[in-house]
Design a protein around this ligand. Structure first.
Ligand code: VG1
Ligand code: CO
Length: 544
């Protein structure tokens, strides 16, 4: 099949953010925009001739069209095989799972995660390397640099591939395999968790749960695993059909966007346990009746109880969390006498630690938890981990968390997001803050005294690479801290994230809400950065 070279010219805005390139669908539909980026990825790689590429997406609007374009470019560039899920669907952890299982060269994830979907909304593309994880910074930088120079891309002329039937097709010398999107992933979960025990839990009739797939990609995964393999009653999974616009919703599993689930859990006769996942299936929120489990606490509880789960019973080699994530897991690591690493925000920073066997579990405050089973955070995995604990301990989730606090103390944590800010103003606010950092130590704010103030910089312990400007952090003598950073996943304006945390060893004070426990720190955060003065906002848009 003849390869066609198409002349093109570069776009200046193809720098990948925290998790790939995210833009409005309209931008991706601009002539050659997607083509340029895909060719820039391939131009930045070496040695993939005849190799396998896994491609899949969260089913959002433009997923199918993008997949067809990428198949043609991959064929022209010399890949030997493409594997994708039926309908072009694969959750982000399922892409990671398939890359590893098939010993693929790499993979492409088509998703903008929890961002809204539809013709006027967001789309995204991310390259994952052969370990199954997001491309490291050196590679994303190379892709960006290439995108700024690109003058041609390669493609073939070929009719659209039928994505809806499982089977193998040939496009020139490229083999295309359409697989069931769920099977390999569900099989992997069976190797990690005690399915028989969880099955017993559901079979007992005393336990019920609700899983909100938020009309995004996890519906088929949750149905197969929870309802078919684990015997949870039909209807356990709600909003289980992936829709191109996610039903008009915002599939971000947090207290604001998963509101229906929160209302259900705070209402009369709630189920015993609830969970939600995001657009591409890598995030999770877990809830008990009237009880919200903070992601930092969730990670700590999973680490402390990993010995109860078959896949982790041999022990954890170490743990890691992103810098803004609460230090709850640090205390568990200390107790277990294992290492705890602090990385910049974004899953790509965990890849080397996982590959080198330095860590087994890791997580982020943004509802991401995962382990060495794949190289992405994994929403359903976390839910199954929790179910395994509930089945092993036969205790409500709330009791497990409260006992954990009693044993380890509680890290009160909250994140306040200010969305849709003027990007220049938000940058200016952070620049001013950076300039003032040196003068902050020693300053008193109410009962707190600033101990250190810096802009987080990370040296990867495996390859020595350095990542700077990863978040401004202010740590007080008491151990309380405030972190400020700008989001790297948005497509419009800027989002300021302010993370606040304080440790409370006294269990008689554990009953209060995070917002109450952190009220003074929240006020300090506003004062130090001048959030209201710079942004004109008196309150955050999202609080987690
Ligand atoms: C956010 C989260 C970060 C997460 C990233 C991708 O990034 O804070 O922890 O890894 O999203 O998650 P940012 O730069 O907007 O703060 V996902 O589920 O969008 O793939
Ligand atoms: Co996601």
């Amino acid at each position: 099949m003849p390869i066609r070279t198409v002349e093109t010219s570069p776009f200046s805005d193809q720098r990948p953010g925290t998790s790939g390139l995210r833009k409005k669908v309209k931008v991706f539909q601009t002539l050659n925009y997607l083509e340029n980026f895909v060719q820039s990825i391939f131009d930045s790689l070496e040695g993939f001739a005849g190799q396998t590429l896994i491609i899949g997406g969260d089913g959002r609007y433009y997923n199918r069209e993008a997949l067809q374009i990428i198949i043609r470019i991959a064929a022209a560039n010399g890949f030997g095989r493409i594997v994708t899920g039926r309908g072009g669907l694969l959750s982000t952890p399922a892409v990671s799972c398939l890359i590893r299982k098939r010993h693929a060269f790499g993979g492409i994830v088509l998703s903008a995660s929890h961002n809204a979907a539809g013709p006027e909304k967001d789309f995204g593309i991310k390259y994952n390397i052969g370990n199954g994880g997001p491309a490291p910074e050196q590679l994303t930088n190379a892709i960006y640099q290439r995108s700024a120079q690109i003058d041609r891309y390669l493609t073939i002329d070929h009719a659209a591939v039928d994505l809806d039937h499982i089977g193998a097709y040939r496009v020139g010398s490229l083999e295309i395999e359409i697989v069931d999107p769920v099977t390999d992933y569900a099989d992997l979960m069976e190797t990690l968790f005690d399915f028989a025990r969880i099955k017993d839990l559901f079979a007992g009739g005393q336990f019920s749960m609700c899983f909100d797939a938020m009309s995004a990609v996890t519906g088929p995964y949750a149905r197969e695993i929870l309802e078919h393999r684990l015997g949870a009653p039909a209807g356990t999974v709600i909003r289980g059909v992936p829709l191109p616009d996610f039903g008009g919703g915002h599939p971000d599993p947090n207290l604001i966007h998963a509101r229906d689930l929160v209302v259900m859990m705070n209402g009369t006769a709630p189920p015993n346990f609830a969970a939600a996942s995001d657009g591409d299936g890598d995030r999770n929120m877990v809830l008990g009746p009237n009880f919200y489990i903070n992601p930092g606490d969730s990670l700590a509880v999973l680490a402390a109880n990993a010995h109860l789960v078959p896949g982790y019973a041999a022990g954890l080699s170490g743990v890691a969390r992103s810098m803004p994530t609460s230090g709850a897991v640090d205390r568990v690591a200390e107790r277990l006498a294992i290492s705890c690493y602090e990385t910049p925000t974004g899953w790509k920073f965990f890849g080397n630690l996982l590959d080198a066997g330095k860590i087994t579990l890791c997580g982020e405050e943004s509802f991401g938890t995962g382990s060495n089973h794949v190289r992405e955070k994994d929403g359903l995995w976390a839910v199954l981990f929790w179910l395994n604990l509930l089945a092993a301990k036969r205790q409500p989730a709330e009791q497990i968390v409260r006992q954990h606090w009693e044993e380890f103390g509680r890290n009160f944590f909250t994140r306040h997001d200010y969305e849709g800010l003027d990007a220049a103003k938000a940058e200016a606010m952070l620049d001013r803050l950076r300039n003032e950092l040196a003068g902050l130590p020693g300053q008193r704010m109410g009962a707190e005294i600033v101990k250190t103030a810096d802009d987080f910089s990370y040296t990867d312990p495996v390859d020595g690479s350095v990542s700077t400007k990863q978040g401004v952090r202010i740590v007080f003598e008491s151990g309380a801290r405030i972190v400020y950073r700008l989001s790297g996943t948005g497509t419009e304006g800027a989002t300021l994230r302010v993370y606040m945390e304080r440790y409370e060893p006294d269990s008689s004070a554990h009953g209060q809400s995070s917002q109450t426990a952190l009220a003074k720190l929240i006020a300090n955060a506003n004062e130090i950065a001048g959030i209201t003065a710079h942004t004109g906002r008196s309150r955050p848009d999202v609080v987690t």
